[in-house]
Design a protein around this ligand. Structure first.
Ligand SMILES: Nc1ncnc2c1ncn2[C@@H]1O[C@H](COP(=O)(O)OP(=O)(O)OP(=O)(O)O)[C@@H](O)[C@H]1O
Ligand SMILES: O=C(O)[C@H](O)COP(=O)(O)O
Length: 399
């Protein structure tokens, strides 16, 4: 375990302004939070600080707004869900720096909770700009980072602030690292990783290292399309990063050298519209129509994937196999989740899954409680798995 200060070291904090970085990047459907797991996980830290009389000021990002305010990425949309989970009033400030933040903080009483607007509405956040970080730091006396799932980002609110204020790990940060170390510190082989989802460009690079650590890498979801296209197969209108074809090919080469099997879909469920119950058909991977998109892996692929889950002693999973939010494109994810849960219950598998939507998919399949461990982190979890130093964790250990 990294040596950092925790909430146990924060005793006399009544009246102190504590900036708490949390991850509120939660799944939203039709404007409503569809999975509150990430909020539930940070609730203990928020409530403990509030009970100790601190003024609890929440910092978070939501989506990828590129340094400009975007209405549907405002944290005001998430605030009601935070209030509901905490069962406490949560005030909201329309900016994370400047007068809106300062005014809202000035009104706080001891124990109050305030949520500041999306940190990514400012370019300085992702650039970890000293000027922006100093503006954020003005609003606090202490800094607590409880956003393990954003700890792979060296941003102002996840890394920079720890250089300005006395810094502490929150309860979830602590618990995630302990649980991952326990479950995956020395994994029993064979280790099978499933990587799917939609964040292709930010996750694909991680795979070249991951294939040297695991025995098989199953690629599904939007991630698979880039690999399929890299083999010269037409993926029609599927989510695909064609300019990452070389990266995909090089990952497959690295995997071959490392003796890691790469498992790609052999069939897919395609549709012309990205919506629930869209007309769909199951096709061979070589027969994706030019005007259609693959929204789920097909039944033959599911059989293949479940076979690999059956062979695994340890399963590491980030990213759904399809667009599980819209029926019937949840079938592959649900089937693999049920199989992994069954193997885990039978004591044959250590199953660790992580990621905002991945957790939501496991909840949808009603098996989250059957997995050995469910992390809130997706990208951060994969980077941890690679053995990479996470900037948001490393900075907390610097004293
Ligand atoms: N074939 C596909 N086409 C389009 N979208 C897909 C496809 N397969 C999965 N997805 C989408 O991927 C999204 C989840 O991907 P993502 O990489 O964000 O996973 P995650 O578990 O949330 O990880 P993280 O916590 O790192 O964000 C879901 O919204 C799902 O609809
Ligand atoms: O959802 C996540 O994995 C974290 O909140 C990080 O989000 P990001 O990939 O947009 O940095």
């Amino acid at each position: 375990m990294p040596a950092f200060k925790t909430l146990d070291d924060l005793t006399d904090i009544a009246g102190k302004r504590v900036l708490v970085r949390v991850d509120l990047n939660v799944p939203v459907t039709d404007g409503k939070v569809s999975d509150t797991t990430r909020i539930e996980r940070v609730a203990p830290t928020i409530l403990e600080l509030s009970e100790k009389g601190a003024k609890v000021i929440l910092l978070a990002h939501f989506g990828r707004p590129k340094g400009e305010p975007v209405a549907d990425q405002s944290l005001s949309l998430i605030a009601p869900a935070v209030e509901e989970v905490l069962d406490q009033r949560v005030a909201f400030a329309s900016d994370c720096i400047g007068a809106p933040a300062a005014d809202a903080i000035a009104k706080m009483e001891n124990g109050d909770i305030l949520l500041l607007e999306n940190t990514r509405f400012h370019k300085g956040e992702e650039k970890n700009e000293p000027g922006f970080t100093a503006e954020l730091a003005k609003n606090g006396d202490l800094y607590v980072n409880d956003a393990f799932s954003a700890a792979h980002r060296a941003h102002a609110s996840t890394e920079g602030l720890a250089h300005h204020l006395p810094a502490y790990a929150g309860r979830t940060m602590q618990a995630e690292l302990e649980a991952l170390e326990k479950g995956l510190g020395q994994p029993t082989r064979p280790v099978v990783a499933i990587v799917g989802g939609a964040k292709v460009s930010t996750k694909i690079d991680l795979l070249s290292n991951l294939v040297t650590k695991v025995d098989a890498l199953v690629i599904g979801g939007g991630m698979a399309n880039t690999f399929i296209a890299a083999q010269g197969i037409n993926v029609g209108k599927s989510l695909c990063e064609h300019d990452l074809a070389d990266t995909a090919r090089s990952i497959m080469e690295t995997a071959k050298t490392a003796g890691c099997a790469i498992v790609l879909p052999v069939d897919g469920v395609v549709a012309r519209e990205f919506k629930a119950n869209a007309a769909n058909e199951t096709v061979d991977i070589n027969a994706i129509p030019a005007d259609a998109m693959m929204l789920d892996v097909g039944p033959k692929s599911v059989e293949l994937i479940n076979g690999w889950i059956g062979k695994a002693a340890t399963l590491v999973w980030n990213g759904p196999l399809g667009a599980f939010e819209i029926a019937p494109f949840d079938k592959a994810t649900v089937s693999a989740a049920l199989h992994a849960a069954e193997q885990t219950r039978a004591g044959k598998l250590v199953s660790v899954a992580g990621g905002g939507d991945t957790v939501s998919a496991l909840n949808h399949a009603e098996v989250a409680d059957d997995f050995s461990y469910v992390s809130t982190a997706g990208g951060a979890f994969l980077e941890w798995m690679e053995g990479k130093e996470l900037p948001g964790v490393a900075v907390l250990t610097k004293g």
